[in-house]
Design a protein around this ligand. Structure first.
Ligand SMILES: N[C@@H](CCC(=O)N[C@@H](CS)C(=O)NCC(=O)O)C(=O)O
Length: 262
């Protein structure tokens, strides 16, 4: 393994944002110290290193902290340029960044609402997930990424990491919420095939926790969410304890399940 000066990652075991960084570091063969953060009882270090958002992941490189997973990934790629995850062509870099933004801005929040709601609100959120997946499917079918095995080409790149570390929750959520179908292989054949290829990679298998562990976790969070009162909006209104919410927030990306109380 490549020797790095001092590299610490503050993360949470079920956090797809954390997995993004773990996967990138693994692909680049970079050693780091992993510190599991208890999100129900955040450490002083987390408040110190990410005083604005107080979330994981945080990467601390030689005592200098960085937050926000996509920013961390780009930093890692600039500092350790072996096994690049961003393309070299400026336009392609911009396209990749656009779809990373889309993932966190549109797809993730819609999936979060599916998980944190029921009834008509959930149905509308499922429709939104499908609309967003259709846009990705179209990109793979006839858009910029047409004909590629991965968004990064023959191997995974930034967008694969950002979209992939989150998309495995889709199947977990389907299992937790009977009757909810998020990724129909017939409706989204290219996305479905891409996700299977992504999940089959050794580095991904070594990074993502076992499905049964995620399933157990998601079931517990969902049961707890349903135990809270749903308001007129159909979205669970009470904020969940951060412990139960480790995977995600409805306002951020795919696996983040924390429910906004606002
Ligand atoms: N946009 C952030 C999202 C990070 C995030 O939502 N992390 C969650 C865990 S998956 C967290 O720390 N939640 C704790 C909280 O919201 O208090 C990123 O990409 O890093």
């Amino acid at each position: 393994m490549e020797k790095s000066s001092s590299l610490k990652l503050f993360g949470s075991w079920a956090s797809s944002y954390t997995h993004r960084v773990q996967l990138a570091l693994k692909l680049k063969n970079i050693q780091f110290e992993y510190i599991e953060e208890d999100l129900s009882n955040k450490s002083e270090a987390l408040f110190q290193f990410n005083p604005i958002y107080k979330k994981v992941p945080v990467l601390v490189h030689d005592d200098r902290p960085l937050a926000e997973s996509v920013i961390i990934l780009q930093y890692v790629d600039e500092v350790w340029n072996n096994r690049p995850i961003l393309p070299t062509d400026p336009y392609e870099r911009a396209v990749v960044r656009f779809w990373c933004h889309f993932t966190d801005d549109k797809l993730g929040p819609a999936v979060g609402i599916v998980f944190a709601s029921s009834g008509h609100v959930q149905k509308a959120a499922v429709d939104q997930v499908h609309e967003n997946l259709a846009l990705i499917e179209r990109e793979l079918r006839e858009g910029f990424f047409k004909g590629r095995k991965f968004f990064g080409g023959d191997s995974i790149g930034l967008l694969d990491i950002v979209l992939g570390c989150g998309s495995y929750w889709l199947a977990v959520f389907e299992e937790v919420m009977t009757g909810v179908k998020l990724v129909d292989p017939e409706a989204f054949p290219l996305f479905h095939a891409w996700l299977r290829e992504f999940e089959a990679l050794d580095e991904v298998k070594e990074t993502i926790p076992a499905v049964d562990k995620l399933l157990e976790y998601a079931k517990a969070v969902r049961a707890m969410l349903l135990g809270h009162c749903m308001g007129d909006t159909g979205v669970i209104e009470a904020a969940t304890p951060a412990t139960a919410a480790a995977p995600a927030t409805t306002t951020t990306s795919v696996p983040d399940i924390t429910v906004d109380s606002s």
